[in-house]
Design a protein around this ligand. Structure first.
Ligand code: SME
Length: 166
């Protein structure tokens, strides 16, 4: 059974994202290590929407390979280790450099089923301070059609802080 969201977070979704953004920024402030920042964000994100977020984590652009993502910090069941840019929702997000919402992953051509219990997902790009794509944030849900424009705006705002501030 999913655990309840942290009690101190507001009920409304947009308000909860705003509080979460401030919480993540406060936790990672002054920490220069990229993995420390992303791992902390993955933990706080997963705990903020435990009923909807089944898998929450980052795939990193592999600087040693052309157009390939490699698994980064995450919360959830075992994720695929590598995703080429031309595969899956994460790959599509990395190539297009924009947020992608998929209401039914089983209808998405090339979707990679790391866990067959996932039914919908949202993937948001994470850029470094000079605008290079550094990672994507992948959130999967057991619910069909779990994500909307409020999620996209909330997650994009959080991702904008992850690698670009102090
Ligand atoms: N759903 C992703 C694959 C990664 S996992 O589900 C953790 C995709 O199709 O890009």
């Amino acid at each position: 059974m999913a655990e309840p969201a942290r009690a101190e977070l507001p009920e409304g979704k947009a308000e909860r994202y705003a509080a979460l953004r401030a919480e993540i920024a406060a936790v990672i402030a002054g920490e220069p290590n990229r993995i420390a920042r992303l791992a902390s964000a993955a933990s706080l994100l997963a705990g903020a929407f435990p009923d909807r977020f089944f898998w929450t984590g980052f795939y990193l652009v592999d600087e040693t390979k052309q157009n390939e993502l490699v698994i980064g910090p995450y919360q959830g069941t075992l994720g695929c280790l590598r995703i080429p840019f031309d595969k899956g929702v994460c790959g599509a997000c990395a190539s297009r450099r924009e947020t992608i919402i998929v209401a039914d992953v089983h209808a998405f051509p090339g979707h990679i089923a790391c866990d067959s219990r996932s039914n919908s997902e949202i993937v948001t790009p994470v850029f470094g301070e000079f605008g290079a794509l550094v990672a994507v944030l992948d959130i999967d849900s057991k619910q069909v059609d779990a994500f909307d424009a409020v999620d996209a705006a909330g997650l994009e705002a959080i991702c904008a802080d992850l690698l670009t501030h102090d």
